[in-house]
Design a protein around this ligand. Structure first.
Ligand code: GRF
Length: 188
């Protein structure tokens, strides 16, 4: 059984959906949840998931290979970023080559890069009067949102009257596709 480490420091809804998917498709287990703040919504969600929650400080994340060594020693196969904004350090990229994936709430390469996260993305898409937006699931490298694209799905947003409406539609397709994509990716 494959082991996932989910890095999630936002609301945790994608982590929740991955957990639910794994109940029906037990191809993997969530070995640990990594957060960078104790207010992360995923912490209370994960209480009943039989996995460890690891809170990492910025210093520990960047200073040495502590987190990489920990994940290797736990036998983690894939690192899944689901609402984790810190740039991934070199030691972690080297420890998990092509094995760190992220979900981005827009159709990269548009609306990606530093500062393009959360509502910033949806506001930019709305202001640009885009007719479609969507999601991108991609591997991680040294730059924000520049890795290899694994999966994209677009969605019509012409009828959306606000960035919030776009956010709702996009999050729904994240929930429908992230776990499935992880499943396929690990079968390769
Ligand atoms: C998602 O919109 C995802 O695309 C982005 O961060 C958000 C996380 O949402 N990377 P949640 O914490 O899973 O609810």
């Amino acid at each position: 059984m494959k082991k996932l480490a989910i890095f999630a420091s936002g609301g945790g809804s994608n982590a929740q959906k991955i957990h639910e998917y794994l109940q029906e498709h037990p191809f993997a287990k969530i070995d640990c949840i990594v957060v960078n703040n104790l207010n992360a919504g995923v912490i209370s969600k994960a209480k009943n998931w039989d996995c460890e929650v690891i809170n990492i400080s910025k210093n520990d994340f960047y200073k040495d290979s502590k987190i990489s060594n920990l994940l290797i020693s736990r036998g983690v196969d894939l690192v899944v970023l689901a609402g984790f904004l810190w740039l991934i350090p070199q030691h972690l990229l080297q420890a998990f080559p092509q094995k760190i994936i992220n979900i981005h709430p827009a159709l990269l390469p548009k609306y990606g890069g530093r500062g393009m996260y959360g509502m910033n993305v949806h506001k930019a898409v709305f202001d640009a009067k885009e007719r479609t937006s969507g999601i991108t699931i991609h591997t991680i490298d040294e730059e924000y949102d520049k890795g290899q694209i694994i999966f994209q799905k677009s969605v019509e947003i012409e009828s959306c009257k606000s960035p919030e409406e776009i956010a709702d539609i996009v999050l729904k397709i994240e929930h429908e596709n992230f776990a499935k994509t992880i499943h396929k990716y690990l079968q390769k």
